[in-house]
Design a protein around this ligand. Structure first.
Ligand SMILES: [Zn+2]
Ligand SMILES: [Zn+2]
Length: 350
């Protein structure tokens, strides 16, 4: 048992906007309900870049980003019942919550009334900063540890812990499936998983992208149709035809135009969000009883369900594996939308 704090190598942003560099961080001792995980892979999420550059303010530095973590259990605490040494596991965007509020009790820890404890850039219940997956080891309570089924390789499974669950949750909640027409706005890290998952759920899938540049990819990943949103004909052609639109983009969209794509009772769900408030004409909702909604990651039980679903359907992320010394370069490429579709860090190079 590791009863003491551990010093482990990591890549951290020393200050807001500073390039990430190799450092050493302290991990807490392995508590009775904790598992110690040898990190094997960590995905690079767009929000890592946002936070490392302090786009949302109040960042805790040094910051070790990374909330798409896949690895292997190296040690378990005395009271751990669900995991053994050698198990393949994952950690997503949160590592704890109050566990007592209505949402936590309903398996909606992501909407914990006290706010869930994020995997990095947060303080744990003892007031220690949390550090994410750009490191070789992490200690996590077993209640927030996910099992990665054997059918999934750890490298392509890592991005499922954020990009996978962020898209799976709204698709499941709004009943994507056979007979449903689902559109995905944006074919990036989130969007490419939304396409794969919606297709595997049996929905008819349309990609709405700024250009037709990635059309071949989109169709290969499971889309049935692919349209450019810079062409106004797209909005005329698809008017009133969709049951569900999941927007993965963070650029502000002309919402009235997009809401016009929905059938009666259709829903437009945002999983990406612009920083600025948006405006819309409420008649876009009233006519056709349409909904405008948002969705954030998913609960722990639902995240496990997503991993099991992806394993069953052979769905991993499309990844570009990099070594840790390429993180800063990868950040620039993500900002330039120059990645197909997720960078994953080989933690063996940290
Ligand atoms: Zn993320
Ligand atoms: Zn709670």
């Amino acid at each position: 048992m590791t009863a003491q704090t551990m010093n482990v190598p990591a890549y951290a942003a020393p200050a807001a906007g500073a390039p990430l560099a190799r450092t050493t961080i302290e991990r807490r001792p392995v508590g009775a309900s904790d598992v110690l995980i040898d990190v094997k892979y960590a995905g690079i999420c767009h929000s890592d870049i946002h936070q490392a550059r302090d786009g949302w303010g109040e960042g805790i530095f040094p910051m070790v980003p990374g909330h798409e973590i896949a690895g292997v259990v190296a040690e378990v605490g005395a009271d751990v019942t669900r995991f053994n040494v050698g198990d393949r596991v994952g950690v997503g965007c949160m590592v704890d919550s109050c566990r007592e509020c209505e949402n936590c009790k309903a398996g909606l820890e992501q909407y914990c009334a006290q706010g869930n404890i994020q995997t990095y850039n947060a303080l744990d219940k003892e007031g220690r900063p949390t550090y994410g997956g750009y490191s070789t080891r992490i200690v996590v309570d077993e209640a927030f540890t996910l099992r990665i089924p054997d059918g999934l390789s750890l490298d392509v499974a890592a991005p499922l812990l954020c990009a996978g669950i962020t898209t799976y949750s709204p698709l499941a909640h709004w009943n994507a499936g056979p007979g449903k027409k689902v559109a995905v706005v944006g074919l990036g890290g989130l969007g490419h998983m939304a396409v794969k998952i919606a297709h595997a759920m049996g929905a008819e899938v349309t990609v709405l992208s700024q250009s037709l540049r990635k059309k071949d990819d989109g169709l290969r990943l499971g889309a049935d149709h692919y349209y450019s949103t810079s062409d106004d004909a797209t909005f005329e052609q698809l008017a009133g035809s969709l049951d569900l639109v999941v927007s993965t983009v963070s650029a502000p969209l002309p919402l009235d135009k997009y809401l016009g794509l929905l059938k009666t009772d259709g829903a437009f769900v945002n999983v990406g969000a612009p920083e600025e408030p948006v405006s819309l004409n409420l008649f876009s909702l009233i006519l056709g009883r349409r909904s405008l909604a948002g969705s954030g990651i998913g609960g722990i039980q639902e995240t496990q369900e997503m991993l099991d679903f992806c394993a069953e359907h052979g769905l991993g992320a499309e990844i570009e594996l990099i070594s840790a010394d390429q993180i800063n370069e990868a950040y620039e490429r993500v900002l330039a939308s120059d990645v197909r579709y997720r960078f994953v860090i080989d933690a063996g190079t940290i």
